[in-house]
Design a protein around this ligand. Sequence first.
Ligand code: PHE
Ligand code: NA
Length: 460
Amino acid sequence: GSASDAAPVRHAQWSSRLAFILAATGSAVGLGNIWKFPYITGEYGGGAFVLVYLACIAVIGIPIMMAEVALGRRGGQSPINTMRRILREDGRSRHWALIGWLGVAAAFLILTFYSVIGGWAVAYVVRAGGGAFSGASSDGIAALFSGLLASPGELLFWHGVFMALTVAVVARGVSGGLERATSILMPALFVILLVLVGYALASGHFSQGLRFLFSPDFSKIGVGGVLAALGHAFFTLSLGMGVMIAYGSYLPRGVSITRTAVSVSVMDTTVALLAGLAIFPLVYANGLEPSAGPGLVFKTLPLAFGQMPLGGLFGAAFFVLLVFAAWTSSISLLEPLVEWLEEHRGVRRGIAAAAAGIVAWVIGIASALSFNLWADVRPLGMFAAFADKGIFDLLDYLTANLMLPLVGLATAVFAGWVLSPRILEGELSEGRGHVFRLWRFLIRWVSPVAVAAVFWHNLG
Ligand code: PHE
Ligand code: NA
Protein backbone atom coordinates (compact mmCIF):
# COMPACT_ATOMS: atom_id res chain seq x y z
CA GLY A 1 0.00 0.00 0.00
CA SER A 2 0.98 3.66 -0.16
CA ALA A 3 2.71 5.44 2.67
CA SER A 4 -0.56 7.06 3.72
CA ASP A 5 -1.90 3.74 4.95
CA ALA A 6 0.12 4.50 8.05
CA ALA A 7 -1.95 7.60 8.82
CA PRO A 8 -2.91 7.21 12.49
CA VAL A 9 -6.06 9.32 12.77
CA ARG A 10 -8.55 9.39 9.94
CA HIS A 11 -12.05 10.47 10.63
CA ALA A 12 -15.28 9.02 9.34
CA GLN A 13 -15.72 8.73 5.59
CA TRP A 14 -18.51 9.47 3.18
CA SER A 15 -20.72 6.51 2.56
CA SER A 16 -19.87 6.50 -1.12
CA ARG A 17 -18.52 8.43 -4.05
CA LEU A 18 -22.05 9.71 -4.56
CA ALA A 19 -22.19 11.13 -1.05
CA PHE A 20 -18.99 13.07 -1.66
CA ILE A 21 -20.25 14.30 -5.01
CA LEU A 22 -23.45 15.47 -3.35
CA ALA A 23 -21.63 17.37 -0.63
CA ALA A 24 -19.08 18.90 -3.00
CA THR A 25 -21.79 19.79 -5.50
CA GLY A 26 -23.85 21.24 -2.66
CA SER A 27 -20.92 23.49 -1.79
CA ALA A 28 -20.17 24.40 -5.39
CA VAL A 29 -23.67 25.04 -6.72
CA GLY A 30 -25.05 28.11 -5.05
CA LEU A 31 -25.60 31.82 -5.45
CA GLY A 32 -22.39 31.88 -7.46
CA ASN A 33 -24.11 30.05 -10.30
CA ILE A 34 -27.57 31.56 -10.33
CA TRP A 35 -27.01 35.03 -8.95
CA LYS A 36 -23.38 35.95 -9.55
CA PHE A 37 -22.50 34.26 -12.85
CA PRO A 38 -25.32 35.93 -14.84
CA TYR A 39 -24.76 39.37 -13.41
CA ILE A 40 -20.99 39.50 -13.89
CA THR A 41 -21.41 38.00 -17.36
CA GLY A 42 -23.80 40.87 -18.03
CA GLU A 43 -21.36 43.43 -16.64
CA TYR A 44 -18.42 42.17 -18.70
CA GLY A 45 -20.28 41.97 -21.97
CA GLY A 46 -21.17 38.29 -22.39
CA GLY A 47 -19.54 35.79 -24.77
CA ALA A 48 -15.85 36.61 -24.31
CA PHE A 49 -16.25 36.57 -20.55
CA VAL A 50 -18.03 33.21 -20.68
CA LEU A 51 -15.29 31.75 -22.86
CA VAL A 52 -12.50 32.89 -20.54
CA TYR A 53 -14.49 31.62 -17.58
CA LEU A 54 -14.91 28.17 -19.18
CA ALA A 55 -11.20 28.04 -19.99
CA CYS A 56 -10.36 28.93 -16.38
CA ILE A 57 -12.62 26.14 -15.10
CA ALA A 58 -10.97 23.59 -17.41
CA VAL A 59 -7.26 24.34 -17.08
CA ILE A 60 -7.07 26.03 -13.67
CA GLY A 61 -10.16 25.09 -11.68
CA ILE A 62 -10.27 21.34 -12.26
CA PRO A 63 -6.53 20.72 -11.63
CA ILE A 64 -6.66 22.80 -8.44
CA MET A 65 -9.80 21.02 -7.28
CA MET A 66 -7.98 17.71 -7.85
CA ALA A 67 -5.03 19.02 -5.83
CA GLU A 68 -7.25 20.11 -2.94
CA VAL A 69 -9.24 16.88 -2.82
CA ALA A 70 -6.04 14.82 -3.08
CA LEU A 71 -4.38 16.80 -0.27
CA GLY A 72 -7.51 16.34 1.82
CA ARG A 73 -7.70 12.62 1.31
CA ARG A 74 -3.96 12.24 1.90
CA GLY A 75 -4.07 14.19 5.16
CA GLY A 76 -7.44 13.00 6.40
CA GLN A 77 -8.10 15.94 8.74
CA SER A 78 -9.32 19.53 8.78
CA PRO A 79 -7.52 21.74 6.21
CA ILE A 80 -5.02 23.27 8.61
CA ASN A 81 -4.10 19.95 10.24
CA THR A 82 -4.03 18.20 6.90
CA MET A 83 -1.49 20.74 5.64
CA ARG A 84 0.58 20.41 8.80
CA ARG A 85 0.63 16.64 8.67
CA ILE A 86 1.64 16.51 5.01
CA LEU A 87 4.32 19.15 5.56
CA ARG A 88 5.75 17.21 8.47
CA GLU A 89 5.72 13.96 6.55
CA ASP A 90 7.40 15.49 3.50
CA GLY A 91 9.83 17.57 5.57
CA ARG A 92 8.69 20.94 4.15
CA SER A 93 8.50 24.36 5.75
CA ARG A 94 5.59 24.76 8.16
CA HIS A 95 4.85 28.12 6.57
CA TRP A 96 2.92 26.46 3.78
CA ALA A 97 0.16 25.85 6.32
CA LEU A 98 -0.61 29.52 5.72
CA ILE A 99 -2.63 28.26 2.75
CA GLY A 100 -5.04 26.70 5.22
CA TRP A 101 -5.27 29.87 7.30
CA LEU A 102 -5.86 32.21 4.41
CA GLY A 103 -8.52 29.86 3.13
CA VAL A 104 -10.39 29.85 6.42
CA ALA A 105 -10.22 33.65 6.53
CA ALA A 106 -11.50 34.00 2.96
CA ALA A 107 -14.37 31.61 3.60
CA PHE A 108 -15.43 33.56 6.67
CA LEU A 109 -15.30 36.91 4.87
CA ILE A 110 -17.35 35.51 1.99
CA LEU A 111 -19.92 34.17 4.44
CA THR A 112 -20.55 37.68 5.78
CA PHE A 113 -21.93 38.95 2.46
CA TYR A 114 -23.08 35.62 1.00
CA SER A 115 -25.64 35.50 3.78
CA VAL A 116 -26.95 38.96 2.86
CA ILE A 117 -27.69 37.75 -0.68
CA GLY A 118 -29.03 34.45 0.69
CA GLY A 119 -31.39 36.68 2.68
CA TRP A 120 -32.66 38.29 -0.55
CA ALA A 121 -33.53 34.82 -1.80
CA VAL A 122 -35.42 34.01 1.42
CA ALA A 123 -37.31 37.29 1.13
CA TYR A 124 -38.27 36.36 -2.43
CA VAL A 125 -39.75 33.03 -1.34
CA VAL A 126 -42.27 35.05 0.64
CA ARG A 127 -42.88 37.54 -2.15
CA ALA A 128 -43.38 34.79 -4.76
CA GLY A 129 -45.65 32.80 -2.49
CA GLY A 130 -47.71 35.90 -1.73
CA GLY A 131 -48.40 36.44 -5.44
CA ALA A 132 -46.35 39.64 -5.64
CA PHE A 133 -45.11 38.90 -9.18
CA SER A 134 -48.37 37.99 -10.81
CA GLY A 135 -49.06 40.23 -13.77
CA ALA A 136 -46.44 42.80 -12.68
CA SER A 137 -44.71 44.94 -15.29
CA SER A 138 -40.92 45.06 -15.46
CA ASP A 139 -41.09 48.41 -13.65
CA GLY A 140 -43.18 46.83 -10.93
CA ILE A 141 -40.72 43.96 -10.54
CA ALA A 142 -37.78 46.39 -10.44
CA ALA A 143 -39.59 48.46 -7.81
CA LEU A 144 -40.13 45.36 -5.71
CA PHE A 145 -36.39 44.74 -5.70
CA SER A 146 -35.37 48.32 -4.97
CA GLY A 147 -37.95 48.33 -2.20
CA LEU A 148 -36.19 45.42 -0.56
CA LEU A 149 -32.75 47.03 -0.95
CA ALA A 150 -34.01 50.32 0.46
CA SER A 151 -35.13 48.72 3.70
CA PRO A 152 -32.20 48.10 6.08
CA GLY A 153 -34.46 46.47 8.65
CA GLU A 154 -35.81 43.94 6.19
CA LEU A 155 -32.35 43.14 4.79
CA LEU A 156 -30.89 42.57 8.24
CA PHE A 157 -33.83 40.42 9.25
CA TRP A 158 -33.52 38.08 6.23
CA HIS A 159 -29.72 38.10 6.54
CA GLY A 160 -30.30 36.91 10.11
CA VAL A 161 -32.75 34.22 9.04
CA PHE A 162 -30.30 32.88 6.48
CA MET A 163 -27.40 32.93 8.95
CA ALA A 164 -29.53 31.14 11.55
CA LEU A 165 -30.31 28.39 9.02
CA THR A 166 -26.59 28.00 8.37
CA VAL A 167 -25.66 27.92 12.05
CA ALA A 168 -28.42 25.41 12.81
CA VAL A 169 -26.88 22.82 10.48
CA VAL A 170 -23.23 23.46 11.31
CA ALA A 171 -23.98 23.35 15.05
CA ARG A 172 -25.26 19.78 14.75
CA GLY A 173 -22.50 18.63 12.46
CA VAL A 174 -23.16 18.11 8.79
CA SER A 175 -25.45 15.11 8.74
CA GLY A 176 -26.99 12.45 6.58
CA GLY A 177 -30.24 14.37 6.46
CA LEU A 178 -28.58 17.07 4.44
CA GLU A 179 -27.15 14.48 2.10
CA ARG A 180 -30.59 13.05 1.45
CA ALA A 181 -32.14 16.48 0.98
CA THR A 182 -29.37 17.43 -1.47
CA SER A 183 -29.97 14.32 -3.55
CA ILE A 184 -33.59 15.39 -4.07
CA LEU A 185 -33.44 19.16 -4.13
CA MET A 186 -30.46 19.58 -6.47
CA PRO A 187 -32.16 17.65 -9.27
CA ALA A 188 -35.33 19.64 -8.56
CA LEU A 189 -33.41 22.89 -9.00
CA PHE A 190 -32.08 21.53 -12.26
CA VAL A 191 -35.60 20.72 -13.49
CA ILE A 192 -36.96 24.14 -12.60
CA LEU A 193 -34.06 25.78 -14.43
CA LEU A 194 -34.89 23.65 -17.47
CA VAL A 195 -38.51 24.83 -17.27
CA LEU A 196 -37.28 28.43 -17.15
CA VAL A 197 -35.02 27.84 -20.15
CA GLY A 198 -38.06 26.39 -21.92
CA TYR A 199 -40.00 29.51 -21.06
CA ALA A 200 -37.12 31.62 -22.39
CA LEU A 201 -37.21 29.57 -25.61
CA ALA A 202 -40.84 30.51 -26.04
CA SER A 203 -40.22 34.17 -25.29
CA GLY A 204 -39.06 34.88 -28.82
CA HIS A 205 -35.76 36.40 -27.70
CA PHE A 206 -33.86 33.18 -27.09
CA SER A 207 -31.42 33.60 -29.94
CA GLN A 208 -30.49 37.06 -28.73
CA GLY A 209 -29.75 35.63 -25.29
CA LEU A 210 -27.79 32.80 -26.84
CA ARG A 211 -25.74 35.22 -28.91
CA PHE A 212 -25.00 37.37 -25.88
CA LEU A 213 -23.75 34.35 -23.93
CA PHE A 214 -21.81 32.53 -26.59
CA SER A 215 -20.66 34.88 -29.30
CA PRO A 216 -17.40 36.34 -28.00
CA ASP A 217 -16.53 39.98 -28.54
CA PHE A 218 -13.09 40.39 -26.98
CA SER A 219 -13.18 44.16 -27.17
CA LYS A 220 -15.70 44.12 -24.33
CA ILE A 221 -13.98 42.06 -21.70
CA GLY A 222 -10.82 43.97 -20.73
CA VAL A 223 -8.16 42.95 -18.23
CA GLY A 224 -10.59 43.43 -15.36
CA GLY A 225 -13.00 41.00 -16.97
CA VAL A 226 -10.32 38.34 -17.31
CA LEU A 227 -9.48 38.66 -13.62
CA ALA A 228 -13.18 38.53 -12.74
CA ALA A 229 -13.59 35.34 -14.82
CA LEU A 230 -10.61 33.76 -13.09
CA GLY A 231 -11.81 34.81 -9.63
CA HIS A 232 -15.26 33.53 -10.37
CA ALA A 233 -13.90 30.16 -11.46
CA PHE A 234 -12.45 29.80 -7.95
CA PHE A 235 -15.54 31.17 -6.25
CA THR A 236 -18.00 28.99 -8.11
CA LEU A 237 -16.02 25.77 -7.60
CA SER A 238 -15.46 26.57 -3.90
CA LEU A 239 -11.69 26.59 -4.39
CA GLY A 240 -8.96 28.44 -2.55
CA MET A 241 -10.70 28.11 0.79
CA GLY A 242 -9.85 24.70 2.08
CA VAL A 243 -13.43 23.57 1.52
CA MET A 244 -12.43 20.86 -0.93
CA ILE A 245 -9.49 19.89 1.32
CA ALA A 246 -11.96 19.43 4.15
CA TYR A 247 -14.45 17.47 2.03
CA GLY A 248 -11.69 15.42 0.42
CA SER A 249 -10.63 14.22 3.84
CA TYR A 250 -13.85 12.22 3.96
CA LEU A 251 -13.42 10.61 0.56
CA PRO A 252 -12.92 6.83 0.61
CA ARG A 253 -9.84 5.39 -1.07
CA GLY A 254 -10.45 3.75 -4.39
CA VAL A 255 -12.69 6.56 -5.60
CA SER A 256 -11.27 8.37 -8.64
CA ILE A 257 -10.52 11.96 -7.68
CA THR A 258 -10.25 12.95 -11.32
CA ARG A 259 -13.67 11.68 -12.31
CA THR A 260 -15.17 13.16 -9.19
CA ALA A 261 -13.63 16.60 -9.71
CA VAL A 262 -14.72 16.61 -13.34
CA SER A 263 -18.31 15.62 -12.44
CA VAL A 264 -18.62 18.34 -9.82
CA SER A 265 -17.20 20.97 -12.15
CA VAL A 266 -19.42 19.93 -15.05
CA MET A 267 -22.54 20.07 -12.88
CA ASP A 268 -21.56 23.45 -11.49
CA THR A 269 -20.91 24.85 -14.95
CA THR A 270 -24.14 23.41 -16.34
CA VAL A 271 -26.22 25.10 -13.65
CA ALA A 272 -24.52 28.44 -14.32
CA LEU A 273 -25.05 28.20 -18.08
CA LEU A 274 -28.70 27.18 -17.61
CA ALA A 275 -29.23 30.20 -15.36
CA GLY A 276 -27.72 32.38 -18.07
CA LEU A 277 -29.91 30.80 -20.75
CA ALA A 278 -33.00 31.43 -18.63
CA ILE A 279 -32.13 35.01 -17.75
CA PHE A 280 -30.70 36.74 -20.83
CA PRO A 281 -33.62 36.05 -23.19
CA LEU A 282 -35.85 37.63 -20.54
CA VAL A 283 -33.51 40.61 -20.39
CA TYR A 284 -34.00 41.18 -24.12
CA ALA A 285 -37.70 40.33 -24.17
CA ASN A 286 -38.34 43.02 -21.56
CA GLY A 287 -35.93 45.69 -22.73
CA LEU A 288 -33.74 45.40 -19.64
CA GLU A 289 -30.00 45.99 -19.31
CA PRO A 290 -27.67 42.93 -19.17
CA SER A 291 -25.41 45.01 -16.94
CA ALA A 292 -28.07 45.60 -14.27
CA GLY A 293 -25.68 44.37 -11.56
CA PRO A 294 -26.37 42.23 -8.48
CA GLY A 295 -30.13 42.62 -8.86
CA LEU A 296 -30.22 40.99 -12.31
CA VAL A 297 -31.73 37.64 -11.29
CA PHE A 298 -34.25 39.30 -9.00
CA LYS A 299 -35.40 41.66 -11.73
CA THR A 300 -35.71 39.10 -14.51
CA LEU A 301 -36.95 35.69 -13.34
CA PRO A 302 -39.92 37.14 -11.39
CA LEU A 303 -41.16 38.54 -14.72
CA ALA A 304 -41.41 35.00 -16.04
CA PHE A 305 -43.11 33.79 -12.87
CA GLY A 306 -45.55 36.67 -13.10
CA GLN A 307 -46.64 35.63 -16.58
CA MET A 308 -46.62 31.83 -16.62
CA PRO A 309 -49.51 29.68 -15.42
CA LEU A 310 -49.04 28.60 -11.78
CA GLY A 311 -46.26 31.19 -11.65
CA GLY A 312 -46.74 31.89 -7.94
CA LEU A 313 -46.13 28.25 -7.15
CA PHE A 314 -43.21 27.94 -9.56
CA GLY A 315 -41.67 31.15 -8.29
CA ALA A 316 -41.91 30.09 -4.67
CA ALA A 317 -40.46 26.67 -5.54
CA PHE A 318 -37.61 28.27 -7.47
CA PHE A 319 -36.64 30.60 -4.63
CA VAL A 320 -36.95 27.79 -2.06
CA LEU A 321 -34.50 25.77 -4.15
CA LEU A 322 -32.23 28.77 -4.57
CA VAL A 323 -32.20 29.22 -0.79
CA PHE A 324 -31.40 25.55 -0.41
CA ALA A 325 -28.53 25.74 -2.89
CA ALA A 326 -27.18 28.82 -1.13
CA TRP A 327 -27.60 27.10 2.22
CA THR A 328 -25.50 24.03 1.31
CA SER A 329 -22.81 26.48 0.16
CA SER A 330 -22.91 28.70 3.24
CA ILE A 331 -22.63 25.63 5.44
CA SER A 332 -19.35 24.83 3.73
CA LEU A 333 -18.22 28.42 4.27
CA LEU A 334 -18.82 28.31 8.02
CA GLU A 335 -17.65 24.73 8.58
CA PRO A 336 -13.84 25.24 8.28
CA LEU A 337 -13.71 27.89 11.00
CA VAL A 338 -15.97 25.90 13.33
CA GLU A 339 -13.92 22.77 12.75
CA TRP A 340 -10.79 24.71 13.66
CA LEU A 341 -12.33 26.22 16.81
CA GLU A 342 -13.42 22.75 17.85
CA GLU A 343 -10.12 20.99 17.12
CA HIS A 344 -7.69 23.63 18.36
CA ARG A 345 -9.48 25.70 20.90
CA GLY A 346 -11.62 22.98 22.40
CA VAL A 347 -14.77 25.07 21.87
CA ARG A 348 -17.96 23.01 21.76
CA ARG A 349 -19.30 22.77 18.21
CA GLY A 350 -22.68 24.34 19.00
CA ILE A 351 -21.08 27.32 20.74
CA ALA A 352 -18.43 27.73 18.04
CA ALA A 353 -21.06 27.71 15.28
CA ALA A 354 -23.31 30.19 17.08
CA ALA A 355 -20.46 32.56 17.96
CA ALA A 356 -18.97 32.50 14.47
CA GLY A 357 -22.44 32.96 12.96
CA ILE A 358 -23.17 35.98 15.14
CA VAL A 359 -19.83 37.61 14.32
CA ALA A 360 -20.40 36.94 10.60
CA TRP A 361 -23.91 38.42 10.85
CA VAL A 362 -22.58 41.56 12.54
CA ILE A 363 -19.84 42.05 9.95
CA GLY A 364 -22.43 41.37 7.25
CA ILE A 365 -24.44 44.39 8.44
CA ALA A 366 -21.91 46.58 6.67
CA SER A 367 -22.60 44.81 3.36
CA ALA A 368 -26.37 45.04 3.86
CA LEU A 369 -26.19 48.76 4.62
CA SER A 370 -23.98 49.37 1.59
CA PHE A 371 -27.13 48.89 -0.50
CA ASN A 372 -28.89 51.78 1.26
CA LEU A 373 -27.71 53.94 4.19
CA TRP A 374 -24.01 53.48 3.45
CA ALA A 375 -24.36 53.38 -0.33
CA ASP A 376 -21.80 56.16 -0.69
CA VAL A 377 -19.17 54.76 1.66
CA ARG A 378 -15.94 53.94 -0.21
CA PRO A 379 -13.64 52.25 2.34
CA LEU A 380 -10.64 52.20 0.00
CA GLY A 381 -11.66 55.26 -1.98
CA MET A 382 -8.13 56.69 -1.68
CA PHE A 383 -6.90 54.06 -4.15
CA ALA A 384 -7.89 54.70 -7.74
CA ALA A 385 -8.55 50.99 -8.34
CA PHE A 386 -11.18 50.89 -5.59
CA ALA A 387 -12.60 54.40 -5.95
CA ASP A 388 -15.97 53.16 -7.20
CA LYS A 389 -16.36 50.21 -4.82
CA GLY A 390 -18.77 50.27 -1.91
CA ILE A 391 -18.49 47.88 1.03
CA PHE A 392 -20.24 44.92 -0.60
CA ASP A 393 -18.42 45.33 -3.92
CA LEU A 394 -15.12 45.66 -2.13
CA LEU A 395 -15.52 42.52 -0.03
CA ASP A 396 -16.66 40.60 -3.08
CA TYR A 397 -13.69 41.88 -5.07
CA LEU A 398 -11.06 41.32 -2.39
CA THR A 399 -12.17 37.76 -1.70
CA ALA A 400 -13.05 36.44 -5.16
CA ASN A 401 -10.58 38.39 -7.27
CA LEU A 402 -7.66 38.55 -4.87
CA MET A 403 -7.67 36.07 -1.98
CA LEU A 404 -9.02 33.02 -3.81
CA PRO A 405 -6.71 33.25 -6.84
CA LEU A 406 -3.76 33.91 -4.50
CA VAL A 407 -4.52 30.88 -2.36
CA GLY A 408 -5.12 28.92 -5.57
CA LEU A 409 -1.75 30.03 -6.94
CA ALA A 410 -0.07 29.02 -3.69
CA THR A 411 -1.86 25.66 -3.77
CA ALA A 412 -0.69 25.02 -7.33
CA VAL A 413 2.92 25.97 -6.55
CA PHE A 414 2.81 23.89 -3.41
CA ALA A 415 1.29 20.79 -5.02
CA GLY A 416 3.29 21.07 -8.24
CA TRP A 417 6.70 22.31 -7.11
CA VAL A 418 7.17 21.98 -3.38
CA LEU A 419 5.68 18.65 -2.45
CA SER A 420 7.48 15.45 -3.46
CA PRO A 421 5.53 13.93 -6.36
CA ARG A 422 5.16 10.63 -4.53
CA ILE A 423 2.95 12.25 -1.85
CA LEU A 424 0.01 12.83 -4.19
CA GLU A 425 0.82 10.26 -6.86
CA GLY A 426 -1.05 7.52 -5.03
CA GLU A 427 -4.14 9.75 -4.88
CA LEU A 428 -4.21 10.48 -8.60
CA SER A 429 -2.83 7.29 -10.02
CA GLU A 430 -5.67 6.09 -12.22
CA GLY A 431 -5.22 5.57 -15.96
CA ARG A 432 -1.74 3.99 -15.71
CA GLY A 433 -0.19 7.24 -14.61
CA HIS A 434 -1.32 9.27 -17.63
CA VAL A 435 -3.78 11.23 -15.54
CA PHE A 436 -1.15 12.02 -12.95
CA ARG A 437 1.29 13.21 -15.60
CA LEU A 438 -1.30 15.43 -17.26
CA TRP A 439 -2.40 16.81 -13.92
CA ARG A 440 1.19 17.46 -12.90
CA PHE A 441 1.86 19.34 -16.11
CA LEU A 442 -1.23 21.50 -15.62
CA ILE A 443 -0.59 22.20 -11.95
CA ARG A 444 3.11 23.01 -12.48
CA TRP A 445 2.93 25.04 -15.66
CA VAL A 446 -0.53 26.01 -16.78
CA SER A 447 -2.45 26.94 -13.62
CA PRO A 448 0.24 28.96 -11.82
CA VAL A 449 1.44 30.71 -14.97
CA ALA A 450 -2.11 31.65 -15.98
CA VAL A 451 -2.99 32.99 -12.53
CA ALA A 452 0.28 34.90 -12.27
CA ALA A 453 -0.16 36.36 -15.76
CA VAL A 454 -3.66 37.62 -14.97
CA PHE A 455 -2.44 39.23 -11.74
CA TRP A 456 0.50 40.78 -13.52
CA HIS A 457 -1.68 42.36 -16.20
CA ASN A 458 -4.03 43.74 -13.61
CA LEU A 459 -1.20 45.43 -11.76
CA GLY A 460 0.11 46.91 -14.98
N1 PHE B 1 -19.31 27.89 -4.70
C1 PHE B 1 -20.35 28.61 -4.02
C2 PHE B 1 -21.26 29.26 -5.04
O1 PHE B 1 -21.01 29.23 -6.22
C3 PHE B 1 -19.82 29.66 -3.09
C4 PHE B 1 -18.78 29.12 -2.20
C5 PHE B 1 -17.51 29.55 -2.30
C6 PHE B 1 -19.09 28.14 -1.27
C7 PHE B 1 -16.53 29.02 -1.52
C8 PHE B 1 -18.10 27.60 -0.48
C9 PHE B 1 -16.82 28.03 -0.60
O2 PHE B 1 -22.23 29.86 -4.70
NA1 NA C 1 -20.82 27.53 -7.88
